[in-house]
Ligand binder design. Structure first.
Ligand code: UD1
Ligand code: UDP
Length: 363
C-alpha cells in the first residue's frame, strides 16, 4: 500500500506525527509538505521534536490569498501524485492544504481519506468550515473522531466509508504527556508557576482581521488577575503591528514566539486555564483537564463545550473577563474521542481496504 499524505500547517504536523508512524508500520508513505507554514517555529520544530520523517516533497507554496494559495497547492500536488501513483490520498483537518489535496485526489479519480471527518461549526464565514465540508464530500474514507461526527456525516448522506476511529490528537497528547510531565524548564524560562498563569492563543482570521475584535480580546486578556502567556502566531503579530496594538499587547501580556509542541503541551497542562480560538488547543485542554475559554461563538468540537470544560465566549471583553474568573468547572471528564489508538486504526483500515480493492478483478 502506498499513501500520499498532505500536510502544510502546524496542527497537521502534530496529527501526522502519530499517523505517519502507524502508516509506515503497514505500508509506504509519500509525505508532502505544501509549505503553507514555513517559519522554523511553525514547521521545522515539529518535525525535529516529534520525529516526523523528512517530507519527500516540500512544495514551498507559502502565504497568499486563499484562492491563489490553494490554486498553487493544487498545481504542485498534481504532478507529485502523477509521479508517485499512490493508492490513497490522506488529508488532515480543514486547512487550505487539506482542500487542495481533496481537489487533486478527486480530479485524478483516486481514493481520498479524511482524518477529522464530520466536524461542523455551521459557520460558513470560516474558511475552515468550507474546507472541511468539501473534503468530506470528496472522500471515500471518512475517519470520524466521535460518534457525533459520524451522525453529522450521516445527516449529509455520507454513510459508506465512515469509520469512528477516535481523535488522532488524543493519540498525540498521550504520546507526549508523560514525556513532558514534571519538566519545569519552560515554566522557569517564562517566570510562571504551575496553576498560576493563563495560557492564550489567538490566530483565527475572524478574530485577527477585525481590529475591534482583536482589541476587545486584548482588553479581556489584560483584565486577567494572573499573568497571561501568549505564544503568538505570525498572523497575529502582523495584525497587532498594523493596527498599532503591538506595544500595548507586549506591555500587558507575556508575548513569546510560537512554541514547540513539547513545551506547549507542558504549559497547557500546567496552566490554570487556557483562552484560545484554536481548534486543536480546545481539544488538548480537554484531554489535559485544563478549563478552556474559547474566543468563538461556536465550536466544531461540540463535546468539549457540552460537558462544561469549554466555555464559548466570543470576543466580548466582559464575557472574557467573567469566564476568566469563573471557578466552577466539571468534576468529571467524559471521553467521546476514542481510546487513544485512532492512528493505528486508520492505518489498519487503509491497509485492509487497499488490499481488498487490489484483490478485485480488473474490468
Ligand atoms: C491556517 C489555517 C487555519 C489553521 C492555522 C493553524 C487555512 C485557511 N487556515 O491559518 O485553519 O487553524 O493555519 O495555525 O488554511 N505566516 C508566517 N509564517 C508562517 C505561516 C504564516 O509569517 O510560517 C503568516 C503570513 O503573514 C500569513 C499569515 O501568517 O499570511 C496566515 O497564514 P495562513 O497559513 O494563510 O493562515 P493561518 O492563519 O496560519
Ligand atoms: N501549538 C504549539 N505551539 C504553539 C501553539 C500551538 O505546538 O505555540 C500546537 C497545539 O498544541 C496544537 C496545534 O499547535 O497541537 C494547534 O495549532 P493551531 O492552533 O495553529 O491550529 P488549529 O488547531 O486551530 O487549526
Amino acid at each position: 500500500m502506498r499513501i500520499c499524505s498532505i500536510v502544510g500547517a502546524r496542527p497537521q504536523f502534530v496529527k501526522a506525527a502519530v499517523v505517519s508512524s502507524a502508516l509506515r508500520e503497514v505500508g509506504e508513505e509519500i509525505l508532502v509538505h505544501t509549505g503553507q507554514h514555513y517559519d522554523e517555529e511553525m514547521s521545522d520544530v515539529f518535525f525535529d521534536e516529534l520525529g516526523i520523517p523528512e517530507p519527500d516533497y516540500n512544495l514551498g507554496v507559502k502565504s497568499d490569498t486563499h484562492g491563489r494559495q490553494t490554486a498553487k497547492m493544487i498545481a504542485e500536488i498534481e504532478p507529485v501524485v502523477e509521479e508517485t501513483e499512490p493508492d490513497v490520498m490522506l488529508l488532515y483537518g480543514d486547512t487550505n492544504s487539506t482542500l487542495a489535496g481533496a481537489i487533486v485526489g478527486s480530479k485524478l479519480d483516486m481514493e481520498v481519506a479524511h482524518v477529522e471527518a464530520g466536524l461542523r461549526s455551521y459557520n460558513r464565514e470560516m474558511p475552515e468550515e468550507v474546507n472541511r465540508v468539501l473534503t468530506d464530500h470528496a472522500s471515500e474514507y471518512c475517519f470520524a473522531p466521535s460518534e457525533n461526527a459520524v451522525e453529522t456525516l450521516a445527516g449529509e448522506g455520507i454513510t459508506d466509508g465512515v469509520y469512528m476511529t477516535g481523535d488522532v490528537m488524543y493519540d498525540s497528547v498521550l504520546a507526549v504527556r508523560d514525556r513532558v510531565a514534571g519538566n519545569t524548564a519552560v515554566l522557569e524560562d517564562l517566570g510562571v508557576s504551575e496553576d498560576e498563569f493563563i495560557l492564550a492563543t489567538v490566530h483565527r482570521q475572524g478574530n485577527t482581521d477585525d481590529r475591534e475584535k482583536l482589541e476587545s480580546i486584548l482588553d479581556g486578556l489584560a483584565a486577567a488577575s494572573q499573568p497571561v502567556v501568549l505564544p503568538i502566531h505570525p498572523r497575529t503579530v502582523d495584525r497587532l503591528e498594523s493596527y498599532g496594538l503591538w506595544e500595548r499587547a507586549d506591555e500587558e501580556l507575556e508575548l513569546v514566539d510560537p512554541l514547540g509542541y513539547l513545551d506547549f503541551v507542558r504549559l497547557l497542562d500546567a496552566a490554570e486555564r487556557v483562552v484560545t480560538d484554536s481548534g486543536g488547543v480546545q481539544k488538548e485542554a480537554f484531554f489535559l483537564e485544563t478549563p478552556c475559554v474559547t474566543l468563538r461563538e461556536e465550536t466544531e468540537w461540540v463535546e468539549t463545550a457540552e460537558c462544561g470544560w469549554n466555555e464559548l465566549v466570543g470576543t466580548d471583553t466582559d464575557a472574557i473577563r467573567t469566564a476568566l474568573r469563573k471557578d466552577e468547572w466539571p468534576e468529571t471528564t467524559p471521553n467521546p474521542y476514542g481510546d487513544g489508538n485512532a492512528s493505528q486504526q486508520i492505518a489498519e483500515i487503509l491497509e485492509r481496504e487497499v488490499e481488498s480493492v487490489e484483490a478485485q478483478p480488473q474490468t
